[in-house]
Design a protein around this ligand. Structure first.
Ligand SMILES: Nc1ncnc2c1ncn2[C@@H]1O[C@H](COP(=O)(O)OP(=O)(O)O)[C@@H](O)[C@H]1O
Ligand SMILES: [Mg+2]
Length: 185
């Protein structure tokens, strides 16, 4: 678990929703000096064995693929090491919600990493999903609704120019919410 960042967990957990076949995925990422928390909520099929998914190496995917079955266990371990937690709520046929909370004051807390990059990666790698992203940092934040964005811009993730525009867009949004309250310039 070297060099992994909190933002990587967000990508992992959101990719579970995509792999499960969700059409709509909502991601809420909240951060202050004291904590980092995120929620991923999907309208996928739900989890058949919710009591098993925190067992290391439990997976419903091809087990010959490297490193499967560790997303949720790693998340739980990393959060609990900081005195935080993971909550899983799932309902067959309705969807799944995963919430994780990390205490950033703990010396065990992983670095936050690049949240903007994580969001851009999710949006670009999974254009078939409608993403609703809520980002909060201290008193500031932004929201992204890809359903609305797709009406405004030509959504073309395979186009490198478009992809780099998305990364820059997220970079800019992250810069705007960097440091201090909203009245600080
Ligand atoms: N959002 C979700 N919807 C449906 N099933 C899920 C979801 N998240 C996780 N799962 C199930 O939990 C299993 C374990 O997930 P995880 O720990 O991330 O490992 P992996 O994704 O490598 O299988 C998955 O194989 C899948 O069956
Ligand atoms: Mg996974």
């Amino acid at each position: 678990m070297t060099h992994r960042a909190l933002a990587d967990h967000v990508v992992d957990i959101a990719e579970n929703s995509v792999k499960a076949g969700a059409k709509n995925v909502k991601v809420i990422i909240e951060e202050t000096q004291d904590f980092f928390s995120f929620t991923v909520e999907d309208d996928g099929p739900g989890i058949e064995n919710p009591e098993k998914v925190f067992d290391p190496f439990y997976t419903t995917r091809d087990p010959s693929v490297r490193r499967v079955g560790l997303g949720l266990p790693f998340l739980k371990q990393a959060a609990e090491l900081t005195g935080g937690y993971v909550r899983l709520l799932t309902s067959t046929g309705k969807g799944t919600r995963v919430t994780a909370w990390f205490n950033r004051r703990s010396v065990e807390c992983q670095p936050v990493g690049n949240v903007g990059e994580a969001i851009a990666t999710l949006l670009l790698s999974n254009p078939e999903v409608d993403w609703y992203v809520v980002r909060r940092k201290d008193g500031n934040g932004y929201e992204i609704d890809t359903k609305k964005l797709k009406e405004l811009v030509d959504w073309d993730p395979k186009n490198p120019k478009f992809a780099s525009w998305v990364f820059k867009f997220l970079e800019e949004l992250e810069r705007e919410i960097e440091g201090g309250g909203p009245d600080e310039r």
